[in-house]
Design a protein around this ligand. Structure first.
Ligand SMILES: C[S@@+](CC[C@H](N)C(=O)[O-])C[C@H]1O[C@@H](n2cnc3c(N)ncnc32)[C@H](O)[C@@H]1O
Length: 379
């Protein structure tokens, strides 16, 4: 194990870290607050910069609070458990102001902000099993950190208990080393197991635990409602044609099914495509679902859609898709879990005439550095 070093924490930067300088080299620290003198342990270092975690505070910033999780700073999932949630929101907004296409929207107050209860909010978790223990991987390593007795603070008490019980009942034999669990309506699901998710307007959506579902059980409905309202307000038409890219089970479009004349979806995950089909058939929506790797496969779609909905992974659109969108005219609804790649994609789209008409921030991931942002772009 490396020694502890002393540093002055300077400024919050992207991805939850506080930058500090040690021997004239920037170090990105987890668990520091600007203005503090801290001792830290180096986790990773190269010629130009390093990463570390705070081990001891020599001079404390008064906004520091005691973390409510014993493994904060070890598991690397959370970055803001040592400050109040209201401070975390301020930091997240300030960091958005570092991004050219978002700064002005924030400074002029042209955004909707949705915050979340900051504990027990996750409807899913990926845990690892190792030598009869449950836990998460330590930052920058594949060493396991055991979950404390009370479990992960981002899951409800019942969710934590359900995972523990599965373990105590010795059912882990059927589970792989790493497993994603969903906890929906007080019931645990994993692997091929299917569940029914309630969607707006008293409808239901069927998924398996292998499909993607947004994480925050409190904000998911407000997010769907925002998107559905913005899309419907933007078009005068009674019925619309939708293209969804990185479409998952098409949960986004599920929030305005009655408005859809035809929907086309592109997605890589076979399970998601299968369940999208089941749901669209149930509600008699004319559709076409196509399996494609949108980062590798060229796709050809017509310019006749009333809306293009794009909700990509953290990487953003990818070059192939950006080239494809250059000569399109349809409005775009872009929901992103990575403001940095969102900003890069919007810079590109702007060159071809798109601009942002509406913008919202959904803090789907309290205590972590992640954030969901949504924009309606049109020419
Ligand atoms: C953020 S999720 C959005 C899903 C959907 N909008 C929803 O809310 O259920 C991103 C989706 O992109 C899919 N995906 C990941 N990599 C992909 C790729 N290379 N090509 C196509 N789809 C991909 C994932 O399977 C996932 O369903």
């Amino acid at each position: 194990m490396k020694m502890d070093y002393l540093a002055n924490a300077v400024k919050w930067v992207q991805n939850g870290y506080v930058i500090s300088y040690y021997r004239n080299k920037p170090f990105f620290l987890l668990g520091a607050i600007p203005g503090e003198w801290v001792e830290f342990q180096i986790l990773k270092e190269n010629k130009n910069h390093g990463f570390g975690v705070v081990k001891n505070i020599i001079e404390k910033n008064p906004i520091r609070i005691k973390s409510d999780c014993q493994i904060f700073g070890e598991c690397g999932g959370c970055f803001y458990r040592h400050i109040e949630y209201s401070e975390e929101i301020k930091i997240k907004l300030n960091l958005l102001c570092e991004l050219s296409e978002i700064k002005d929207l924030i400074l002029r107050g042209r955004y909707d902000l949705y915050v979340s209860p900051y504990v027990s909010y996750r409807n899913q978790v990926k845990v690892h099993f190792f030598k009869n223990q449950i836990g998460f991987y330590k930052m920058f390593s594949n060493t396991l950190i055991h979950l404390p007795d009370e479990g992960c603070r981002n899951l409800s008490i019942e969710f934590n208990k359900a995972i523990q019980n599965l373990y105590l009942n010795n059912k882990f034999k059927s589970i792989t080393k790493e497993e994603k669990f969903y906890f929906i309506k007080n019931q645990l699901y994993y692997g091929e197991q299917t569940f029914i998710f309630d969607i707006p307007k008293n409808k239901t959506w069927q998924l398996s635990a292998k499909c993607f579902l947004q994480t925050n059980r409190f904000l998911i409905y407000e997010w769907l409602d925002w998107i559905s309202r913005k899309i419907q307000n933007f078009t005068q038409k009674k019925k619309i044609k939708i293209l969804e890219l990185f479409s998952g089970t098409m949960l986004i479009s599920s929030s305005f099914l009655e408005k859809i004349e035809y929907i086309e979806g592109y997605e890589l995950n076979t399970d998601s495509i299968q369940y999208a089909k089941i749901n669209l058939e149930k509600y008699k929506i004319k559709h076409q679902l196509i399996k494609k790797d949108l980062y590798k496969d060229k796709i050809f779609f017509k310019d006749h859609f009333d809306f293009i909905i794009i909700n990509p992974p953290r990487k953003g659109f990818g070059n192939l898709l950006l080239q494809n969108l250059k000569d399109k005219n349809s409005p775009i609804l872009y929901s992103s879990c990575n403001p940095i790649t969102f900003n890069r994609d919007v810079i590109f789209l702007k060159k071809y005439g798109y601009k942002i008409f509406d913008f919202a921030i959904f803090d789907f991931f309290p205590r972590t550095y992640h954030l969901e942002i949504v924009a309606l772009l049109a020419k």
